[in-house]
Design a binder for this molecule. Sequence first.
Ligand code: SAM
Length: 219
Amino acid sequence: MSDFNELLGLRDDVYRRPLETALQRLGVGPGWRCADVGAGRGDVAIELGSIVGRDGRIYAVDVDPAARDAVAEAAAQYAQVIALTQSVEDLTLPEPVDLAYCRFLLLHVHDPLVALRSMVASVRPGGWVVVQEPVTSAGRIDGEALSMPSARHPDIGALLPRLVRECGLDLIDAWSESPAGAGPGPVRKYMEELSEVDPGDAAVLLPPLVTVLAQRPLP
Ligand SMILES: C[S@@+](CC[C@H](N)C(=O)[O-])C[C@H]1O[C@@H](n2cnc3c(N)ncnc32)[C@H](O)[C@@H]1O
């Protein structure tokens, strides 16, 4: 898992800003119960764990058992972070959560709508669903469009506002952010990891990450 881990670490660096904006908008704080679905090694889950404190609870869910082991090791000092091996399609949490979150997950699943509905069902009425997914083909290297043939839905980010409404959620806000750069720095390093090609001094526009804030209506 070493390449995988390094890539996620870089992702936390270059795509950190929209995550912070989303968490601030919601007012995530002590005592919140959250699920980070498709958590990978748990960078976001651990961040959430530090925000919600000992009275909160974070379920870091991933279909890959190796991810659960990585989270368990990385979150050793956070008793409130609990790593679970489950697929998003079969998500079954011990309690309803205030926030179900995913990032870079829906582009890989078989059916994004099924996955999203499963996340919605895990949230209490009045709770939040936050989704962050890319529009891969809108990324550029020196003006040339990127492609990501390994992803089932590489441009799923562009559909998120409609998908959350189809799941019965109230769409509260949605926006996209694209880190950009040229020459040495985190953007070039991230692109090199993603494409396995060093972009050198080319202008790099990373895939826009669409963030959607949606709320489950009260009955
Ligand atoms: C690209 S990583 C993203 C990790 C993390 N969300 C982040 O942004 O750093 C995608 C993760 O989704 C997990 N995954 C893929 N399909 C899944 C599914 N059907 N249910 C749960 N997790 C899944 C993978 O095992 C992987 O850890």
